[in-house]
Design a protein around this ligand. Structure first.
Ligand code: C2E
Ligand code: CA
Ligand code: CA
Ligand code: CA
Length: 279
């Protein structure tokens, strides 16, 4: 079944045989890595801009080969999506996110939420919610402690189905965020129909802050849209104090980015938290 998934998405293009073979090898390696539990997560802190308080973290998948080399998510996530392996990958990421929640709570960091990315193919699967609830139950975590990040392109597909599925997640207590918000500005009407808790400003728009382009800043528009619709906003890719201050001044609640911390191993996150809030 896994092989069929791969070949289904493969276009034959003369001259690209070796690239295709390479991709196939990597897909098999990913399947094996998932089988051996070698995909792990890094956690990137999310911080309340006004107070600096840690509000949560985003779980980001990481793949380290036995050689110590890493494969970038920009390579293996699209591959996982094209081959259907994203379903297994997503479950493993969620399970690790749950374990991180348990450890963070154990370390006295209550009221935190860990966000996981859910791709279109996962979301299209019937039974995703049941799978998620089972994993949470097994790990002793409640839906309130998990946030689901879906992309704008997913949100704009077959609105009726998306609305129903999201509502079912929401009813269980999961928070829903729209990731990379602003990158697909074709229609905003879907926002009104979907049960969404927060918008995540794409890092491309955060990068524009403080440049000549910022007069018509999309980041500012996103903050206004969120305010109008009763949603909160988090900015991703916050790299400078100027960006953090700009965002906060305009009403953006939370931030995530290198200015605060890179994606970290759980122990490093606990260390980071301990050293910035001594006592
Ligand atoms: P994303 O969801 O938009 O995640 C944010 C990306 O920005 C991450 O890249 C993160 O490391 C990076 N980043 C964080 N802070 C900064 C910053 O201040 N500046 C800059 N320039 N970059 C920053 P990463 O970890 O390489 O992940 C790439 C993408 O892969 C993610 O983009 C997400 O779409 C996808 N991905 C990662 N893990 C998963 C997963 O478990 N499931 C799914 N479906 N997708 C995942
Ligand atoms: Ca994300
Ligand atoms: Ca994002
Ligand atoms: Ca992004």
């Amino acid at each position: 079944a896994k092989r069929r998934g791969l070949s289904q998405h493969e276009d034959y293009r003369p001259g690209l045989e070796s690239a295709t073979a390479e991709r196939y090898r990597l897909a098999m390696a990913l399947r094996d890595a998932l089988g051996r539990g070698e995909i792990h997560i890094a956690l990137q802190p999310q911080v309340e801009l006004a107070s600096g308080r840690l509000t949560g973290a985003e779980a980001l998948a990481r793949w380290t080969l036995p050689s110590g080399e890493t494969v970038p998510p920009g390579i293996f996530i699209p591959l996982a999506e094209a081959t259907g392996l994203i379903v297994t990958l997503g479950e493993q990421v969620l399970r690790q996110a749950c374990r991180a929640v348990v450890q963070l709570v154990g370390a006295g960091l209550t009221n935190l939420r860990v966000a996981v990315n859910v791709s279109t193919l996962q979301f299209a699967r019937e039974g995703l919610l049941q799978d998620f609830l089972r994993i949470l139950r097994e790990e002793g975590v409640t839906p309130r402690q998990i946030e689901i990040e879906i992309t704008e392109s997913l949100a704009m597909q077959d609105i009726g189905t998306v609305q129903q599925r999201l509502q079912a997640f929401r009813d269980q207590g999961f928070e829903i965020a729209i990731d990379d918000f602003g990158t697909g500005f074709s229609s905003l009407s879907y926002l009104r129909r979907l049960p969404i808790d927060r918008l995540k400003i794409d890092q491309a728009f955060v990068a524009e802050i403080g440049t000549v382009d910022d007069e018509n800043a999309i980041a500012e528009m996103v903050i206004r849209i969120a305010q109008r619709m009763g949603m909160t906003v988090i900015a991703e890719g916050v790299e400078t104090p100027t960006q953090a201050a700009w965002l906060q001044a305009r009403g953006c609640q939370d931030g995530q980015g290198y200015h605060f911390a890179r994606p970290l191993a759980l122990e490093d996150l606990l260390q980071w938290q301990a050293t910035r809030n001594p006592g």
